[in-house]
Design a protein around this ligand. Structure first.
Ligand SMILES: Nc1ncnc2c1ncn2[C@@H]1O[C@H](COP(=O)(O)OP(=O)(O)OP(=O)(O)O)[C@@H](O)[C@H]1O
Ligand SMILES: [Mg+2]
Length: 440
């Protein structure tokens, strides 16, 4: 077996690689991905992957903390073992139909002597845009600038260095239920791991499956997972719209379970093995057996019969997605069409259903931004788009901040704690939540 590189290995140019960790707590699976990257490259070198079936989530939201803590522990340990690294902090994804997003606006005066806009002014206007009256149970997850308006001149995307006395910003604000956010923090931090960033899943996913050209000409991203379908729309390189709804692959399995009168695990297996999404493109109408329940005889079914159960649910998902795309106001601006990703897009023919319902070109999105070393082939599936995107988001943020990502090698404080006490010291999750909520 090949020896995997660790965080302490020096890369070819003698510079110690940096580490980023994505943690995708999905409704169907929980996945942790440890990757290294160089300062001069955006590609991830995947060092370790942990994956297990999800327990304790419903439609993207934690409903059982103990079970979720355990599944996170399992995947973190798997990934750590593969990579030979102890994880200190992770970038974690958030979705669920509690997510809401809207447009807002912030205004500030430019007060420095030469009236030139500097980074602090941009930070100040984003802070100002966060001053929104929200219902007490909701918190802000992201404030993403769309455009800046300087002294009435609109359409500005890079305001630093420009002159002006008054700057306005149109921003996209993403909010979630505070309790859902807090529960995610709890589940991660009870494993002694810090949450470095909490990121809206479609936003993270876009880093893995969309390229700059698509984002420029206009593209819709639809991530169909197990419990939620997540949408993000980009146009002129800016995220314009995000949305999450709670119908996805699990409903397809439920329909098969009910339609064929079998148990859920059998329905899941049949879906993966024989499922097809678009009846017109079935080339070989294979016949297969479904097990009889309670001593009944097995029954013969053909692929096209199964497809007639799957297709209407996929059509419904794309009709919901289309309604959301129209609601965004960008339905006519998606020159690059739509990219679909997530585990549910592994059903053959799903892209054809999507193209028919959406009336736009459709492409299946596979995670990119991975260098072909390490464990790259393991994550080459639409199922891992969000997890890869979370790790890439970590890289982007670290580079933007211009600071070194904390060294997560074996000499990290978490591993020191472990060796000091023989077990992991519980970190105060309450403190991080407080910081997160204070930050708003
Ligand atoms: N080979 C396959 N063929 C068909 N469907 C598949 C296949 N593999 C996985 N799926 C489906 O993909 C869905 C899970 O997708 P994914 O792993 O992207 O979801 P998740 O991230 O755990 O959930 P969510 O993002 O909704 O919280 C499940 O409904 C599963 O049945
Ligand atoms: Mg997902």
């Amino acid at each position: 077996m090949a020896t995997l590189p660790t965080a302490s290995n020096e890369s070819e140019n003698g510079v110690e690689p940096r580490i980023t960790v994505g943690l995708d707590i999905g409704t169907s699976k929980v996945c942790a991905l440890i990757a290294s990257y160089d300062e001069d490259s955006d590609n991830l070198n995947i060092l370790g992957i942990g994956i297990t079936d999800s327990e304790g989530l419903n439609r993207g939201v934690v409903v059982n903390i103990d079970k979720t803590v355990k599944t996170i522990k399992k995947v973190i340990e798997q990934a750590e073992q593969q990579a030979g690294i102890t994880i200190e902090e992770v970038v974690v994804g958030i979705a669920g139909d509690h997510i809401e997003a809207f447009q807002s606006r912030g205004i500030i005066g430019i007060s420095n002597n030469n009236r030139e806009i500097i980074q602090e002014d941009v930070d100040r206007i984003i802070k100002e845009s966060r001053n929104i009256k929200l219902p007490p149970e909701r918190s802000i997850l992201h404030v993403i600038p769309q455009e800046f308006i300087i002294d009435g001149q609109d359409g500005i995307t890079a305001p630093i260095g420009m002159s002006g006395v008054r700057m306005e910003a149109n921003v996209h604000v993403v909010t979630g239920l505070s309790t859902a956010i807090q529960n995610l923090y709890k589940c991660v931090e009870r494993n002694g791991i810090k949450v470095k960033d909490i990121v809206l899943e479609p936003l993270a996913c876009s880093h893995a499956v969309l390229n700059e050209e698509e984002k420029e000409v206009g593209v819709g991203l639809i991530d169909i997972g197990g419990g939620t379908t997540d949408i993000a729309i980009f146009e002129a390189n800016v995220i314009r719209f995000t949305s999450v709804f709670g119908v996805a692959g699990k409903q397809v399995t439920d329909d098969i379970r009910k339609g064929l009168g079998i148990i859920a695990s059998q329905a899941e297996r049949i879906k993966r093995e024989y499922g097809h999404g678009f009846v017109n493109s079935i080339m070989n109408d294979e016949v297969f057996m479904i097990p009889g329940i309670g001593g009944r005889k097995p029954i013969e079914i053909n692929k096209s019969f199964l497809c007639k159960i799957i297709q209407p649910r996929l059509e419904e998902i794309f009709e919901f997605a289309l309604a959301e795309i129209r609601r965004s106001g960008y339905g006519g601006s998606l020159g690059a069409g739509v990219v679909i990703t997530g585990g549910a897009t592994l059903i053959p023919g799903v892209d054809e259903v999507a193209a028919e319902i959406l009336g736009m070109p459709v492409k299946i999105g596979y995670p990119s931004g991975i260098s072909y070393q390490g464990l790259a082939p393991e994550v080459e599936s639409p199922m891992y788009s969000t997890c890869v995107g979370l790790a890439l988001y970590g890289v982007k943020k670290a580079k933007e901040a211009g600071i070194d990502v904390e060294d997560q090698s074996d000499e990290s404080s978490r591993s020191k704690e472990k060796s000091k006490s023989g077990k992991k010291e519980k970190k105060g999750w309450g403190e991080t939540i407080k910081n997160f909520l204070n930050d708003i």
